[in-house]
Design a protein around this ligand. Structure first.
Ligand code: RB5
Length: 144
């Protein structure tokens, strides 16, 4: 499975660590940047990812809090982004929310916890059932 990653400067160090770790785990990794720790704007990296990312694959977006990238990603119909800061929340983002994008708070999560969250995100299947029904209710009724 391909794993796509992108971050701003605040997520840069964690993204680099995850790229290295995922590659060592045998995943095919698409690193869309940023490629330096210089200050940059998080929406640019989310837009870059959204233009390329096939919805059936998995992506990881990182900024300082995880919120900026998550808010931006969820403007795209083919991205369902979930913010997680530990393994269990990341697992539930797949099992209950069928998220295809994991957003991490680069300034607030230790690398080992982020690795555990990413592992759970990549290895957990959507449970379907009642969660499928709930996902079908997410769009505002006036947009359906
Ligand atoms: C950058 O300072 C920071 O605002 C950004 O990484 C992110 O946390 C925004 O939501």
């Amino acid at each position: 499975m391909r794993v796509w990653l992108a971050s701003d400067h605040a997520g840069f160090a964690l993204k680099q660590a995850l790229v290295e770790w995922l590659t060592a785990q045998g995943y095919e990794v698409e690193d869309l940047g940023t490629y330096t720790p210089d200050s940059t704007d998080y929406p640019l990296w989310v837009h870059k990812l959204a233009e390329r990312f096939p919805a059936e694959e998995r992506a990881i977006l990182i900024c300082g809090t995880g919120n900026g990238v998550c808010i931006t990603a969820n403007r795209y119909p083919h991205l369902r982004a979930a913010l997680a800061w530990n393994r269990e929340i990341a697992r539930l983002a797949r099992a209950h929310n069928d998220a295809n994008v994991l957003c991490l708070p680069g300034r607030f999560i230790p690398t080992e916890e982020a690795q555990a969250a990413v592992q759970a995100f990549l290895e957990t299947a959507f449970e379907g059932g009642r969660h499928e029904r709930r996902l079908s209710q997410i769009n505002p009724p006036h947009l359906c």
